[in-house]
Design a binder for this molecule. Sequence first.
Ligand SMILES: Nc1ncnc2c1ncn2[C@@H]1O[C@H](COP(=O)(O)OP(=O)(O)OP(=O)(O)O)[C@@H](O)[C@H]1O
Length: 571
Amino acid sequence: MTGEQQAAQVQQERAITALAPLYVPACPGAGKTHVIVSRHFALPSGTLRQGRALISFTRTARDQMAERCRAEGRPDLVGFPHFIGTMDAFIWDFLVCPYLAADRAWQLSDSWSAVRATVELDRKVPLDAFVFTFDPSTGVESIPEHALDRSTQRMLSGSKKPWRHWENEAKRVRNQLKTQGYLTCHESRVLAWQHLQKRPDDVLVPLRSRFSEIVVDEAQDCSTTEIAILDVLHTAGLKLTVVGDPDQMIYGWRDADPQALADFTAKFDTTVQLTGNRRSTPTICALAATLRTGARPPDVSVAGHHDNPPVLILPTAFSTGAKALHTSGVPTAMVFCEHANQIGIPATSCLLTARRRSTLPIPSSERGGNPITRLARAHQVIASGTADADKLDQACRVAASTLLAYWFPHSAGSVSTICKAHDLYVGTLLRKSYAFLAALPHPHPKWSSDVNAAMKNLPRPASAAPEGTRGYLRGAPSVPRRHHPQETGLRMDNVHQVKGDQADAVLLMLPEPGTATRWHRGDPAKDEELRIMYVAVTRARRLLGLAIREDETDQITALLTQFKISHNVIS
Ligand SMILES: Nc1ncnc2c1ncn2[C@@H]1O[C@H](COP(=O)(O)OP(=O)(O)OP(=O)(O)O)[C@@H](O)[C@H]1O
């Protein structure tokens, strides 16, 4: 072990064992999840139920933490009295739901699009296009006009009604829905804040008796209201451990504010900083350092990789329809995968990302298509080997409904309904469906005959009653074209979705004109685009590729040369 690796280990140990209240600012790849889960393994003492709340911002992070506990043989750390969940779930379960009037059935949705509410004056606008914000220091709620997306701004620019009429109408529609029992996470946060102000003892006593510690992961994503809520809990004596990387703050639109986090964490007595990057090579750490505030030196790479490949610069012609063609005429993603493959990284360990999902060659509707195409896509999900639990579940359900349609040709409804009607256990069927999908060959134009033969030969439940070829799939699947990046099993998603994730090789698409100038002259403290680039590049373990506009190649290579970052232009 090198001295740097030892130092990183000592930092991690301190972050695991230091007493809360504790602030752990950490660089990318510092092992925040390891710290949080290891902290959880050491049982807290001294309070009634000795529970610990582990709060994260994404369902993926939540599932990772729970999975880590189970994998270490501690499933008991997942359930009561502990809590492992998202910030929204914590706020709803502990600060809002128990204190709502019992006279109606309350429903919490991610956004107003779930109830398809609209605001109508001289035109009709979806309610979820209006961004409600709340200032906890004044208790005032508003809808800033500048936060509207571009298409709503265009729509409202033709309206004869002034903005304040739209704002009032949006609030009226929202209030009416609230009266009917519908809430989004924004209303939930505001209610939490109000409950803490109006009836602090009711809210705080149950929290104190259940949790001896509340750990907040990815704290840089907290909105100002969430920080204000945590501040009340901290002031009331609840023990908080706050873990985060302020450089990865990419949720400005939901009111995350680096200054609010800095002011809040300054109140903590103990700070343990994690500066060893266990994920990325020195070259990737060096490039990442050019995208963050304060001209700080690169993080120390303690990943121990045996190589340190240069950054690949791929000049690309970006055009509509998510086409990104390298100067050689081949999709840039394919060129990148070939280079990754040359250093032993298969396409399934590569990640393609961009600020906008629309830049990525992802089919517009992954769920659409005829039954054979849906099954082919489900097969791809399984074959990729990298899909998350939700995607795997969806894929298995597609295969399960194909099997059920063949086994029970007269039954209709969802997988659960048909299973119930025929006394089948859904979990067993999904496992069988996984095996069925995994055994199928790669989709091709005559794939349906392979699928139908596999269905026929698959051991079936005793109650199944297939009728000849009823339920057989027909036609050709519309599988991705040859040389299409999707065909390689390459994983792709936008930066906000891959946050917290990692891959051996990452290709970041940068189609926006002016990226080079922005990178050169911009200030990451003020420019969220640069922070989004920072999050993207820090997902890479060994190889990083940048797909850039051809006319910006010289500027970007000059920049990398200036920072002494080794790179190769692939032309
Ligand atoms: N103590 C450790 N020993 C060995 N590997 C570790 C240790 N801690 C973390 N790692 C590994 O380091 C990598 C980065 O860890 P992790 O994903 O938790 O980072 P992170 O701090 O959450 O990063 P980010 O904020 O950038 O997502 C992972 O592959 C993880 O398994």
